[in-house]
Design a protein around this ligand. Sequence first.
Ligand code: PLP
Length: 378
Amino acid sequence: MIKVPFGRPDITNQEIKAVVNVLKNPILAHGPLSRTFEKLFAKYTGSKFATTVSSCTAGMHLFYLAKDIKSGDEVIVTSQSHISTAHSISLTGAKPIFVDCNSFNGNIDTSKIEKKITKKTKAISLVHHLGNPSNMNAIIKIAKKNNLLVLEDCATALGASINNKHVGNFGNAGVFSFYPIKHITTGEGGIIISNDKKIIDKINMLKAFGVNKSYLKRRIPGEYDASLLGLNYRMNEISAAIGIEQIKRFPKFLAIRKKNYNYLLSKIIKKQSFDIVKFENKPFYGSYYCLCIVIKDKKINRLDIINKLNSEGVGTSIYYPKPIPEMTYYKKKYGYSSLQFKNAEKFSYKSIALPLGTHLKKKDLNLIANSINKVIKF
Ligand SMILES: *Cc1c(COP(=O)(O)O)cnc(C)c1O
């Protein structure tokens, strides 16, 4: 039985009160709370603009639509991420061009990007894998030289920064997820940050049917015109109310995650057969999303270790179950073979994610460390 789940949303009376207050009023969408949440989030990340959406996937899809990425275009994307990072490209009709990740923290291998650039390439999409910042210096340099857009998938990277600049501010936009086990939650939800007003203005239209007038600017209720092909990807007021309370508490969450990580590092006995992905590598600062163990020894079966950890009561997860190009949809569509993305295979097939969240008590941390020490023998 799992005694310590991998992730658990941190919900207090503050969030519950905020939700109840929304429900006592008639404004459940198009309201002021999403604006407030956007302001607070932009302030925390040091970005000029932010706009709430229904999920991180919706946010990435909207970015490509706003920049007119379409069939015939190519977008370079890391092969080691959530399927959403590639699906948001494919949804536009464009082709994702996969690049392997590096061998040490699973971020896109920047030395392999330029070889994949063609006349059709429009953008580079990267993820800050498990909250470790990607090498944005190298990526922005390549993007500038080749006139490419850059989208940062920051779904697990709230709180991560390089040289005191929060991730999501290096490329043209950054997108965050508020799925329940991410750093903060709104139930389901996401947000796009950007320092480019044009991108945010266009996304604000596209997330609301492509309508030309926001709700508040309509002189006569119900009066509007649609000038773009848009979707309904907005965040509702109930979610925004939760988000406001969560972002206020987030600095505390991050400090707890960091403390948990350092405590586990001090208690886990280092052994030859596995590595632990590091979070602190100045000037890179991670978001402590999870403790990621990578099995190095070929004789050790990962599933066996996961089963044993779970039966000790320790919840685990896998980030991610396969390199994206090896997921059936992409394998069938483009015919990628295994062994093309060797480092992504290492993380997908050999890593185990352990909890770092705010739900962990001292005894839970000890259980996690002791179980690892017991289960991985050499
Ligand atoms: C969770 C996650 C997503 C998807 O986020 P949603 O809000 O569920 O759409 C995308 N990318 C990464 C890296 C993720 O971890």
